[in-house]
Write a protein that binds this ligand. Sequence first.
Ligand code: PLP
Length: 429
Amino acid sequence: MELANLKDPSEVVTFSQAVKQGLGRNQGLFFPTSLPKLDNIDALLEMPFQQRSAYILNQLIGDELGEETVAEMVNNAFQFTAPLAHVKDNIYSLELYHGPTLAFKDFGARFMAQCLAQVSGDSPVTILTATSGDTGAAVAHAFHGLSQIQVVILYPKGMVSPLQEKQFATLGDNIHTVEIDGAFDDCQALVKDAFDDQQIKDELHLNSANSINIARLMAQVCYYFEAIAQLPKDKQKDAVISVPSGNFGNLAAAMIAQAMGLPIKRFVASTNANDTVPRYLLNGLWEPKKTVSTMSNAMDISSPNNWPRIEAMMEQGIVDKSLLTAESVDEDYTHIGVRQLNELGYLSEPHAAVAYKALKRSLNDDEVGIFLGTAHPAKFKETVENILGTPVALPKALAEVANKDILSDSLSADFATLKSYLFTTLKTS
Ligand SMILES: *Cc1c(COP(=O)(O)O)cnc(C)c1O
């Protein structure tokens, strides 16, 4: 696989390089210079999820890692399902929250971890990241047990929900969690300082493993095939997919799937009140506003960092611009969405509700609509309970961690302290 930097097309890298580097020069995103067109879609849709995913990823990645290796990576990463639930009439929900941290980010993070372990061979790598909750859990679980990769997660003391802290700070082994006496911004500033420190970069082989890594998008392509495969056969060509969007990585993956030949009729980009993209598609002006807080807080983003990939696909004609519309769903309608779905016997949470309401606005009778369930309702327990007035049960994975001990170290928000911590902890482990 060959990828080019979207900001500087003269920078061309392999898949392995793109995985290791994350971003290109001038903070440019990498994107494949061409996408394989699959001519055996019907046969592919008959295959089991893991086998089909290995095939798709092998087609995308090419012969760089070896067919067997990629299949093994897929088996390690995708150890959970992506069921399509029938909600009513012509509407379905693709449930992407059955992984270890109950959010769709498990797919991308786990496959990226496998890729990084593969392309770094025996050289040690350190992942350093700051979290306010969610991403920490996905990263910690994805890398847990990959012994040549040490993970250090910084988080603001007392500002992460107790259950979230339990999810990422109880793993141990190669996962080091550090509560910082400060705010999330302090944690981010410490990470930035570490990436600016040549000695740390050289000796600890830092990598950020963040959400713009191409490996994540590649993994996410696979569950769109799984969605269509689960539709009744006579409806497989009519699907409209509504993607609850924040950084727009998930939507970019849907478009890649379509470019590879998956029948997706059109796309609905669903956002909450942070509506930079819906406004842009209406008037052509890119005008991010100040980010506002909403119930669907994983989408509280006004400058989506994956948008350049979508823009590039539309400009290069890889996807047809006219197939993308966008809807912004405000807090009242998100509320209504959770309630309506519940009345249909379907328990949801604010992100899925945004996608559902956006889909309903857009869907025609002769189409089939799929909205993505990106998080388990229990992840947004308080909000859902407030809306519905009924208790939401914790799934087993969450209930179990509640009894585990927190293994974090505590540090002040001071770079010199962090630096000496990194060298003592990581050099001996
Ligand atoms: C990250 C996230 C999103 C947004 O996905 P993008 O790929 O950033 O658009 C939506 N829902 C949930 C629950 C998330 O965690």
